[in-house]
Design a protein around this ligand. Structure first.
Ligand code: NAD
Length: 497
């Protein structure tokens, strides 16, 4: 086996061949500078393997491959054929669901049950955009009896896509689905913490029959490969998911290079608002899922919980019992709900927030410590009686930590819910239809869930108000982020008028 593949095994799949190279032009290659970096198993803190690292020169090569494909073979592929290719890719991902999910659990630490759900969502998302490929339509618009005018929706060109580590494969699917359906080509950079599943997936891109250069997948760091991609003069659009701070850097890079189009899906501090009349058991299940799903590493995690005063004490007590039942541990155990945080850095950041909550006087209801003595595991943590100005109520923690506070009226709930620079998501728990709609309308967030949380679907647009982002992913709206509108006006009179 060359150094572009390594034999690995997972507890549920047995040995498999893990690609480690940069996937450019449908082949795995080494980086120009021959650098590699280690990938860590967050459950054991041991090295899984090393992968090849893209530097600026590799970004240039990948972008050139994407440009050549965009202006060559890919342009001649019909929309129907693009759809068929995406459907084949989805079929291959589905056929290999167990392997992809196992690699995701190994590398990211998410429970195998959740990882299987992620891969099923990847399949659904790619299939959904496969269905859109031949439904990208313009309009005819009458402006004058002597003119024939119409709009066309054309691909933007070469798209750079930078994704995070919390849903490595699902973020890839959200990005490549609309980009490829609309006829763009792509250079996608995975997060340095979790490059493995995307490299396994890359093999299916070639097997499905995509022409070389249409989808290139590179592993590398943000400050080198990510910065090179977002400031590249031959990249027409950059799409990013990750922290708000890096989102700002990417916008600046786009602005000071070729003014490439930018879409951003950034952080959040989503409120979960529970009214006195809510079905308390159901509300607790959703609040629990809202914050602890994916170990709190969700941009839409319901990390601020506002509970109406009539049920506050009862809610906190019952939620404590529920959170303590969440099984934390080995991601490959079928009953595990919460695995480790993704990295030492994230572990340290989260423990720092827990410390700040304690120091600022919030009440620890449960958790607040490390779980076990190996791996980046953190106990599900609840802080109650949290003041609005405390750091844990204001900043995105991105871990299994939530802050609870009390409110009395509908107006106060809306005011508290909106008291953040973010605006990604929110949820409302009530049996009263009027309250549900009044609060949903009042909240400045891209998604509002009523009597649920973290319900995402490829058909429903997702994205943020305020500092949570620019543009929308998923659904039909995502297609607009990957197309340019061209207005064509034909003078049928054949003379100056
Ligand atoms: P990050 O924003 O630094 O990393 C996300 C992606 O951006 C990675 O692929 C990274 O390599 C790349 N990147 C980093 N710096 C870059 C740069 N200068 N130019 C171009 N690309 C760059 O996130 P992180 O450090 O891994 O996590 C920090 C915090 O970000 C988390 O604690 C969490 O609050 C937030 N976060 C949000 C999401 C989300 O889904 N919105 C995902 C991951 C992290």
């Amino acid at each position: 086996m060359s150094n572009l593949f390594v034999e690995l095994k997972t507890p549920i799949t047995g040995p498999y061949k893990q690609p480690t190279g940069l996937f450019i032009n449908n082949e795995f290659v080494e980086g120009v500078e021959k650098k590699t970096f280690e990938v860590i198993n967050p459950s054991t803190e041991e090295v899984i393997c090393s992968v090849h690292e893209a530097t600026e020169k590799d970004v240039d090569i990948a972008v050139a491959a994407a440009r050549k494909a965009f202006e060559g073979e890919w342009r001649r592929v019909t929309p129907q054929q693009r759809g068929v290719l995406l459907l084949k890719l989805a079929d291959l991902a589905e056929k290999n669901l167990d392997l992809l999910a196992a690699v995701e659990s190994l590398d990211n630490g998410k429970s195998i049950t959740m990882a299987r759900g992620d891969v099923a969502a990847v399949v659904g998302c790619i299939r959904y955009y496969g269905g859109w490929a031949d439904k990208i339509e313009g309009r005819t618009i009458d402006i004058n009896p002597d003119m024939f005018s119409y709009t066309r929706r054309e691909p933007i060109g070469v798209c750079g896509q930078i994704i995070p580590w919390n849903f490595p494969l699902l973020m890839l699917a959200w990005k490549i689905g609309p980009a490829l359906a609309t006829g763009n080509t792509v250079v996608l950079k995975t997060a340095e913490q979790t490059p493995l599943s995307a490299l396994v997936f890359a093999q299916f891109v070639k097997e499905a029959g995509f022409p070389p250069g249409v989808l290139n997948i590179i592993s590398g760091f943000g400050r080198t490969a990510g910065a090179a991609l977002s400031s590249h003069m031959d990249v027409d659009k950059i799409a990013f998911t990750g922290s708000t701070i890096v989102g700002r850097t990417i916008m600046k890079a786009a602005a000071s290079s070729n003014l490439k189009k930018v879409t951003l899906e950034l952080g959040g501090k989503s409120p979960n608002i529970v009214f006195n009349d809510a079905d308390i058991e159901e509300a607790i299940s959703w609040v629990n899922f809202g914050i602890y799903y994916n170990h709190g590493q969700c941009c839409c995690a319901g990390s601020r919980i506002y509970v109406q005063e009539g049920i506050y004490d009862k809610f906190v007590e019952a939620f404590k019992k529920r959170a303590e039942q969440n099984k934390v541990g080995d991601p490959f155990h079928p009953e595990t709900f919460q695995g480790p945080q993704v990295s030492q850095l994230q572990y340290d950041r989260i423990m720092g927030y827990i410390q700040s909550g304690k120091e600022q006087g919030a009440r620890v209801v449960t958790g607040g410590n490390r779980h076990g003595d190996k791996g980046y595991f953190i106990q599900p943590t609840i802080f109650a009686d949290v003041r609005q100005d405390m750091t844990i109520m204001q900043e995105e923690i991105f871990g299994p930590v939530c802050a609870i506070a009390k409110f009395s009226t509908v107006e106060e709930a809306i005011k508290l819910g909106n008291d953040t620079s973010y605006g990604l998501a929110a949820s409302v728990h009530t049996k009263d239809l009027n309250t549900a709609i009044r609060v949903s309308n009042g909240l400045r967030a891209g998604t509002v869930w009523v009597n649920c949380h973290n319900i995402l679907n490829h058909a429903l647009p997702f994205g943020g108000f305020k500092t949570s982002g620019i543009g929308r992913e998923l659904g039909e709206l995502a297609l607009a982020n990957y197309t340019e509108n061209k207005s064509v006006a034909v003078n049928m009179a054949g003379k100056l008028f």
